[in-house]
Design a protein around this ligand. Structure first.
Ligand code: ZN
Length: 492
């Protein structure tokens, strides 16, 4: 392709994707040169793609000493450049709500496209993630090996929840991230925008996740930096959001360590436009709760312990969910190791997920218990030691729904497992050896089927991970115990 001036090519793209016009060309050039250094003015390129042009400008900035070589500083200059085509927050919000009045879906879609275009959603990093679907006795499961985002240690997550941060912004979910430059230990957010909205009389923000795990993965966050809480208001908020954001599901991580998500210090939910394996899981036992004739309820055929509520009466669903939560917070059943409290510490909470099907609200309540024991120091209802070679992180909202987010280390590690299975020289890690031996004994492995076998085996491990996290197991004894709990809540 013909070469052209790099800065001018970038400016042309900025003008095409923003409110800037040709009259702004000189002004934009000077903005860009102030970021990357004056020598860029004579640089030429054969690239046309906006992000490729941005990358070349970042390289020049680095060569000019305008940014150090580390990834944090490169990301900061990159976000600064992309911010040139990201409208001011007030403009983004005004356009969103103007369009929303005519079509909520169009407003949401426009904001999604903007978040991608300005490189807030890291489409190129997301494209590197490995994704596949695998069968299990609970139906299909989804697996993604996340190569875009580093994994977090559950113990550090628990510590972070307890320590009061003194920095600015207080956390990565605070509204104060909007336009924040970033630093060595904090992501660049110059091109970050948040839609403000009223959620049951409180101010909330709506944004996308930069490292999406599924289609239109978004985050709803409280304007206040307050800890995650599961309460009656949570159920009301979730059912309100599925009305306000048509086509989106929304769920909350639980509010306790081990069974919660990675950020417990800031109230937030996750949503998006995706149908998960758990959504397809059928009801095994229909339930009718006393006092809630309009709510169709049931136990779900799923490795985790799910009570599904369905109906058009939002208030009834919220009240019943609150009643179930209250009952679960104090419910113990020694016969199945379920204890609400030990040594003064509360263990019980719920991971709730809401969606709409036609005019019905569907609210899935996933019961969680975060006890630890001498045998299971990481958690009794957490992936057990024999599957931690694949997954040792918390089983959060997204995994509960049947989408495994596996750590990046598994890509090189599975390559060695593959060589081991094929009898080739390999550097298989000790942690995978027993599992790999069992697979080899069970499966006729050839070069042609080794990838498929490995994917299916990862799916089997993920099913086990979810079974470990289930409080009432999918066994006759487990389901009988589940029925004792729902009876305690009060069946009709
Ligand atoms: Zn915060």
């Amino acid at each position: 392709m013909a070469e052209q001036k790099l800065v001018e090519a970038f400016i042309t793209q900025v003008i095409a994707n923003s409110d800037y016009t040709d009259l702004d060309r000189i002004y934009l050039r000077n903005q860009i040169l102030s970021m990357v250094g004056d020598s860029a003015v004579s640089a030429v390129t054969s690239k046309r793609d906006l992000l490729d042009l941005k990358d070349e400008l970042v390289q020049i900035a680095q060569a000019n000493g305008n940014c150090k070589g580390d990834s944090a500083e490169r990301a900061i200059i990159g976000a600064d450049l992309m911010a040139l085509l990201t409208p001011r927050p007030s403009v983004v919000n005004k356009r969103f709500w103007q369009t929303y009045q005519k079509s909520a879906s169009k407003a949401i879609n426009n904001f999604y496209e903007l978040s991608k275009r300005c490189d807030y959603i890291k489409t190129r990093a997301i494209a590197k993630n490995s994704y596949f679907v695998t069968p299990s006795k609970y139906g299909k499961l989804e697996i993604t090996i996340n190569l875009a985002k580093p994994e977090k240690d559950p113990k550090k997550i628990a510590q972070a929840a307890k320590t009061q941060s003194t920095g600015y912004p207080l956390c990565q979910l605070c509204l104060e991230n909007e336009g924040y430059e970033g630093r060595a230990d904090y992501p660049a957010r110059r091109n970050h925008r948040v839609i403000r909205f009223k959620l049951n009389d409180e101010l909330w923000g709506f944004q996308y996740s930069p490292y999406a795990y599924f289609n239109e993965h978004c985050i709803f966050l409280s304007a206040k930096h307050e800890p995650m809480t599961i309460a009656r208001s949570t159920f009301n908020n979730l059912l309100t959001i599925v009305d306000q954001f048509p086509g989106y599901f929304v769920g909350s991580n639980a509010d306790l360590p081990i069974v919660g998500g990675s950020i417990l210090s800031h109230e937030h939910y996750q949503g998006g436009k995706h149908r998960f394996p758990m959504d397809e899981a059928p009801i095994t036992t229909k339930l009718q709760f006393a006092g809630f004739p309009t709510v169709k309820a049931g136990l779900v055929k799923w490795p985790m312990s799910v009570i599904r509520l369905r109906g058009i009466d939002k208030e009834a669903l919220v009240s019943l969910a609150a009643k179930i939560l209250t009952a679960w917070r104090t419910y113990s059943d020694e016969t199945v190791n379920v204890r609400a409290v030990s040594a003064g510490e509360k263990h019980h909470t719920i991971t709730p997920i809401a969606r709409k099907e036609g005019s019905d609200y569907v609210l899935d309540l996933v019961l969680r218990d975060n006890q630890t024991s001498a045998a299971f120091p990481a958690g009794i209802f957490h992936p057990h030691p024999d599957v931690q070679h694949i997954k040792k992180e918390n089983i959060g909202l997204i995994e509960v729904l049947g989408l495994a987010i596996l750590p990046p280390r598994l890509v090189p590690e599975m390559n060695e497992v593959k060589k081991y299975l094929l009898g080739q020289p390999n550097a298989i890690k000790q942690i995978h050896l027993q599992w790999a031996q069992e697979i080899k004994e069970r499966q006729p492995i050839q070069a042609a089927n080794v990838n498929q076998i490995l994917q299916d085996e990862l799916g089997q491990v993920f099913a086990r991970v979810l079974e470990d996290a289930g409080v009432f197991k999918q066994t006759p004894a487990g389901q009988a115990a589940f029925m004792r709990f729902v009876n305690e809540v009060g069946l009709a």
